[in-house]
Design a protein around this ligand. Structure first.
Ligand code: FES
Length: 571
C-alpha cells in the first residue's frame, strides 16, 4: 500500500508524517494491511444538491473502520449547477485535477467519493481514474418533490414548463412567488432524470456504487446503510486491488450506454462518459451510442422523457431491476468495485413495476438519443429523441441565428423577430471554448409570439449543452463548435437547415463555394477570459465528442505524463 511510503520508518520524516495524522485526530495505522481511505467530500453550503453528503461522511467512516481501514476525510470543490457561472462544467476538469493531485500528494490507498450534483460526479470519478487507486462512489440522492397548487413538481423540468406559462402571462406574480417558496424544500439532487441522477445510475451500472445505492432518495435511512457499506467496500477493494481502469472496461461502458438509453438519461452523460473513457484509454465513439441504442427500449418513465420522478424509479427497484429487465442487452460479466459481477446483481432483482416498464411495454423503442453528422456538424451532434417531438425529427426550415447567448436573450422574445414555427433556431458561440465551459443554454426558449400562438416545440441547433431536465427537439453539442471555426458559426439567417435523425444527418443547404467564402472571412471571436483557470481551460479543452477533457489529461499519455508517485521525503 502506497501509504506505507509515508508511515513506515524510524527517521524524522516518517515520524513527522505520523504526527501529522495523529494531530488531526486520525488513527495512525501501524499494520501494513490497514489501508488509508480518503473520503473526498464535496458537501458545501454553496450547493444544496451536495449538502446531504455532510451527513453521510460519518457513515462511510464507520464502514471503513469496521473493515479495518483508516478513514481520512478531506474537502473538495463542490460543483453546484445552480449557482456556478458560467457553468459548473467549466470546473469539472479542475475538480478531477484536485482529486488526482490530492491522492498523489498524500498517503492515500483508496478513495470514497462523496458527490451528487451533475458535474461533481464525473469530475470526481475522472480524478480517481487518473489517480489509479481503488475507489467507491457515494451519491447523496434526490431531493423530495415539491407540491405547487396540488401538483407534484419535478426539479428543473416542471420549472421550465411553468416559466413558459409565466412568459405567456398564465402565472401571476403571486403564483410565481408561491412557486419559489415551494421549490426551496430541502437538500439533494434534482429528482427528475437530470444529469445528477443519470450519472449516479450510470456509475452504478459501471460498478462504482454499491448495488441499489444510486437511487436512494436524500434523507432515506437506507442511504446511511449504503454509505457504511461503501466504506467497507473501499477497504476490500484496496486489498483486492480493484482499481477503476480494471472495473471500467469496454463492456462496462457498453452497459452504461445501454442503460443511459433505457433510462432516457441526460445528454450530458454522453459528454461525461466520453471523458471518463478517455481518462483510461477506453475507446468511446458517438456512433456507438447510436448503434447500441437501436435495440434498446426506453423503460424508465421519469421526467423529462416520462412522467414520474427518481423516487418512483427507486421504489420500482432501481438499477438492479433495470439491469434484470434489459436481459441480454446487458453484458453480465463486468465486475464492479464490490467484486460482484452484473449477473450477481440482477439475480436478486424484482420484476418491473411502477415507472419501470416491462420490455414488452416500453416508453419508446430505438433508444433515447440520436447522433447526427453532416455539413453543419462534421464531428457530430446529439439529440435526446425521447424528449423531442417525433414529427420534428425530420425537418427543413430557414435558420434564425443567434450569435451568442446574450444575443438570444435580447432578441428571442422580440415581436419583430422574423421567425415562424418552421424556422430552425440556431445558437452558436456556446461550446467548450466559446464561453468557455459549454453552459446548458441549448434549450432556446420558443419565441414568445410563437408560444402565445400555441407552438410548443421547434427545431433548435446549438454547440451548447442542455440540462438533463430539459426537453424539446434540440440538436446539441455540435462539433466542431463555432468558436473554433465550426460551420455553425458560418450560418446566416434564412439558410436552409435540414435535420433527419433516422438518417443521422444535420446539414446546411448552402453551396460549398459560399461556405468556403464565409470560412475565409471568419475570424475567432475575442475571449473575455485571459487569465487563471478559464484561460488554461480554453487553451486545452477538447471538443464535446472527446468529452471536453483537457488534452494533457487524457490517456494514452506520454509516459512522463502518467501518474507518478512523489518522492516521499522532507517536504
Ligand atoms: Fe444539482 Fe440538479 S442542480 S443535481
Amino acid at each position: 500500500m502506497r501509504s506505507r511510503a509515508w508511515l513506515d520508518g524510524v527517521d524524522e520524516v516518517a515520524m513527522a508524517h505520523r504526527v501529522a495524522l495523529a494531530s488531526a485526530g486520525v488513527e495512525v495505522p501501524r499494520d501494513a494491511d490497514r489501508p488509508v481511505i480518503g473520503i473526498a467530500n464535496s458537501a458545501s453550503e454553496l450547493n444544496p444538491c451536495n449538502l446531504p453528503l455532510r451527513d453521510l461522511a460519518g457513515a462511510v467512516k464507520r464502514g471503513v473502520r469496521a473493515a479495518g481501514g483508516v478513514p481520512v476525510e478531506f474537502p473538495t470543490m463542490s460543483l453546484g449547477e445552480d449557482l456556478m457561472k458560467p457553468s459548473a462544467m467549466l470546473y469539472r476538469n479542475l475538480l478531477s485535477i484536485e482529486i488526482e493531485e490530492t491522492v498523489r500528494a498524500y498517503p492515500l490507498d483508496g478513495l470514497v467519493l462523496l458527490a451528487n450534483c451533475d458535474k461533481t460526479v464525473p469530475g470526481a470519478v475522472m480524478g480517481a481514474e487518473s489517480a489509479d487507486v481503488p475507489t467507491v462512489l457515494v451519491t447523496g440522492g434526490a431531493r423530495s418533490p415539491a407540491v405547487f397548487r396540488g401538483r407534484r413538481i419535478g426539479t428543473g423540468t416542471d420549472l421550465w414548463r411553468l416559466w413558459d406559462e409565466r412568459r405567456l402571462g398564465a402565472l401571476d406574480d403571486e403564483a410565481w412567488s408561491e412557486l419559489e417558496t415551494c421549490l426551496a424544500l430541502g437538500l439533494g439532487a434534482c429528482n427528475t432524470m437530470g444529469t445528477a441522477s443519470t450519472m449516479a445510475i450510470v456509475c452504478e451500472v459501471l460498478g462504482l456504487i454499491v448495488p441499489g445505492g444510486s437511487t436512494i432518495p436524500s434523507g432515506d435511512p437506507r442511504a446511511v446503510v449504503a454509505a457504511e457499506r461503501a466504506g467497507a467496500v473501499a477497504v476490500d477493494a484496496v486489498r483486492g486491488d480493484r482499481r477503476l481502469p480494471t472495473i471500467m472496461g469496454p463492456a462496462a461502458f457498453r452497459n452504461a450506454i445501454v442503460a443511459l438509453h433505457a433510462i432516457g438519461g441526460s445528454t450530458n452523460a454522453i459528454v461525461h462518459l466520453a471523458a471518463m473513457a478517455g481518462r483510461i484509454g477506453v475507446s468511446f465513439d458517438l456512433d456507438e451510442v447510436a448503434r447500441l441504442g437501436v435495440d434498446v427500449p426506453v423503460l424508465v418513465d421519469v421526467e423529462p422523457s416520462g412522467a414520474g420522478l427518481i423516487q418512483d424509479f427507486d421504489a420500482a427497484g432501481g438499477v438492479p431491476a433495470l439491469l434484470c429487465e434489459l436481459g441480454e442487452l446487458i453484458d453480465g460479466s463486468p465486475v464492479g468495485v464490490t467484486g460482484e459481477a452484473v449477473d450477481d446483481l440482477r439475480a436478486a432483482a424484482p420484476a418491473p413495476q411502477g415507472v419501470l416498464r416491462a420490455r414488452a411495454d416500453p416508453l419508446r423503442t430505438g433508444g433515447a438519443f440520436g447522433i447526427v453528422r453532416g455539413s453543419l456538424a462534421p464531428d457530430g451532434a446529439v439529440i435526446k429523441t425521447s424528449a423531442a417531438t417525433p414529427s420534428l425529427l425530420r425537418h427543413r426550415g430557414p435558420a434564425v441565428v443567434f450569435r451568442d447567448y446574450r444575443d438570444m436573450r435580447d432578441r428571442v422574445d422580440d415581436p419583430r423577430l422574423e421567425v415562424d414555427a418552421d424556422s430552425v433556431l440556431v445558437l452558436a458561440g456556446c461550446g467548450p471554448v466559446g464561453v468557455p465551459g459549454m453552459p446548458e443554454w441549448g434549450m432556446i426558449p420558443i419565441p414568445a409570439k410563437l408560444a402565445a400562438s400555441g407552438v410548443r416545440d421547434m427545431v433548435r441547433v446549438t454547440d451548447a449543452r442542455m440540462s438533463g431536465t430539459s426537453f424539446g427537439t434540440v440538436f446539441l453539442h455540435v462539433a466542431p463548435e463555432a468558436a473554433v471555426g465550426g460551420p455553425l458559426g458560418l450560418v446566416r439567417d434564412g439558410d436552409p437547415i435540414e435535420v433527419d435523425v433516422e438518417a443521422g444527418r444535420l446539414d446546411i443547404d448552402v453551396s460549398e463555394d459560399e461556405m468556403d467564402k464565409r470560412r475565409r472571412a471568419w475570424s475567432a471571436p475575442a475571449s473575455p477570459h485571459l487569465r487563471g483557470w478559464p484561460a488554461l481551460y480554453r487553451d486545452h479543452v477538447l471538443q464535446a465528442p472527446q468529452g471536453c477533457d483537457l488534452d494533457f489529461l487524457v490517456a494514452p499519455t506520454p509516459a512522463h505524463r502518467r501518474f507518478v508517485e512523489p518522492v516521499v521525503g522532507r517536504s
